[in-house]
Design a protein around this ligand. Sequence first.
Ligand code: DGJ
Length: 741
Amino acid sequence: MSITFSESTKTFHLYNQEISYIMTVLPNGHMGQLFFGKRVHHREDFSYLYETAFRPMTSYVYEGDRSLSLEHVKQEYGVYGTTDYRRPAIEILQTDGSRICDFRYQRHVISKGKPSLPGLPATYTENEDEAETLCITLEDEVTGAVLELLYTIFARGGILARSARITNLGKESLHLTTAMSLCMDLPDCDYEWLQFSGAWARERHLKVRRLEQGILAVDSRRGNSSHEHNPFIVLKRPDASEFQGEVIGFSLIYSGNFLAQAEVDTHDTTRVLMGIHPMGFDWLLEKGESFQTPEAVMVYSGHGLNGMSQTFHRLYRKRLARGYWRDRARPILNNNWEATYFDFTEDRLVEIAGKAKECGVELFVLDDGWFGERSNDHAGLGDWVANPKRLSRGITGLAERIEGLGMKFGLWFEPEMVNKDSDLYRKHPDWILSTPGRTASHGRNQYVLDFSRKEVVDCIYGMMAKILGEAKVSYVKWDMNRSITECYSTALPPERQGEVFHRYILGVYDLYDRLNRNFPEVLFESCASGGGRFDPGILYYAPQGWASDDSDAVERLKIQYGTSFAYPISSIGSHVSVTPNHQVFRNTPLHTRANVAYFGTFGYELDLNKLTEEEQETVKEQIAFMKEYRELLQSGTFYRLLSPFEGNITCWMVVNEAQTEAVVGWYRTLSHVNMPYTRVRLHGLNPDFCYEDQNSRKSYYGDELMNIGLITSDGLSGQVEENTGEYGDFDSRVYVLKAIR
Ligand code: DGJ
């Protein structure tokens, strides 16, 4: 890996074994983009990549000179108002009312490793040789604003991390109204755009469209990254597939309002922008103040979508997620939410936990309803003290009873919210986000606490830390069940109201950070009504997240498949729940529910006492299976093989690093009469190793399994754990392959 600067041509070349990223200082001092893609040889002079042409109806920068129009050159951080009509990366409102800025190259610094971003989640290095960072400083002479563009290239993988920092070194205050994390001009538009969108309980469904002149965008203006759109997009060449071809993934390490868009201009250049949503954003920069944007990560893959995903998985698993749990196998848990909802007593919880323990579960999680006056969703949020009517010896007492069973204990919080019927709200009615003189809208009868205020975060931290300090709590599920409306903080002056959304997220990160630091062995699982804030920002603090409130196995195929494009399997919270399922009322076989949930963190969302004895025996086998293979499943290389968005059969697999073991998940949604023969070509195996199917005891070479395929239309040869009719709807199998020589 290397970052080089050619003094004579003012050109930067960032490269490793896989990628090259080339940019140059343009004739007017702005930064120009020359190339991003597969690695090319280094040369001093890449100026042939700087393309300009005479074009009618064009505005030019220099009088009497028709060579430079910003509209027609590829840039690194475009500005609006001076010959470029595309959406800008930055916009600054100045005291005289103008918005134009003119950032010109001044200097740069290349350093080893990667600096952290104050107050923000970001990828990191563990030693300096893992990455190099380039910081380019540009200045706008008129305002005195300084722009620092940060680029980190990692030694391994086609990864480039980017962010920007703006500092006001001028004499007057400035309003930053747009400050994107990434701006990237690609030379053509021959791409398909992939987005991961949906709704509550239908998150991260893959949607594909062709780029065309105009704008394609996904965003969130809800305060959370949202169920509707994920802060992640992919541009792939039309002929690229899961296994071959050029793909670029763009991911934003941020949990609040975002914008991700591609603008194709009239000459088929594509500008990708990604960062905090400019709508409603207005950050006052007083003299000497700085603003740091969140980090965006670009991954280039010449090996299709799986290649891109595997790079994201490695990076996010090893150099975004942190702490005690990063490399540890995740505990198999039993959560009481779908088992009891709000209707539980301490004894009932212990009864559920007791059966779970008997089946092999390691962690019992008490969900919503244990605190304040919470017996339904109208009261209690904000009062993080156990309800003595339900838990006579508080959380400490219950945790002791669970630990006494030989299990770990986990607890649900929703730290950012308050009900009006709570002591916290009665004491501090001004602590909610609401606009004076306007209706304060509720969501699920709750209001959003003003986390832009330190005293609010301090107070919630105090209550949570007391419980985590006193009771044996090994896991926290951090929920967030509504988006922000009437966003306004009574603690900030009018000219700073455009900062509230971002300050709110900084408050969330601050609380997470304090809890991480002071309770380093507690495993955090994020949740926002399921997958409403499943983003890389949160992954920095919570290495796993409840992927969706939809726990139906068939629905989960699409949700987990879509999630896997950016996020590692070890981050995907996935549980077995009852049938009929509580969200879609579908009946699926118990083995299929587990076969889907294995490809995630695994757990149960039900009362195991209510299963038949035969089913309980099956659960014991499932848990034993997960214990045996979770290391492989959660840390191996994941391949998507057949897509639920394209057909009736879904298939995916995980291979360990040594290529000696693989687990394949195969799922058929609907059954048909007289079905065709089916084979699935596997990937990632060693062609010369001979693998034994642990169920059928038949063995095949890796090249057979990859070039001919695994025959999946072989009736009972798969792992069928329950006699539900192996040819019925919602059938599935898990194949375990082990190298035998
Ligand atoms: C929404 C979460 O996604 C559920 O799992 C559960 O924790 C409920 N909130 C509790 O209110």
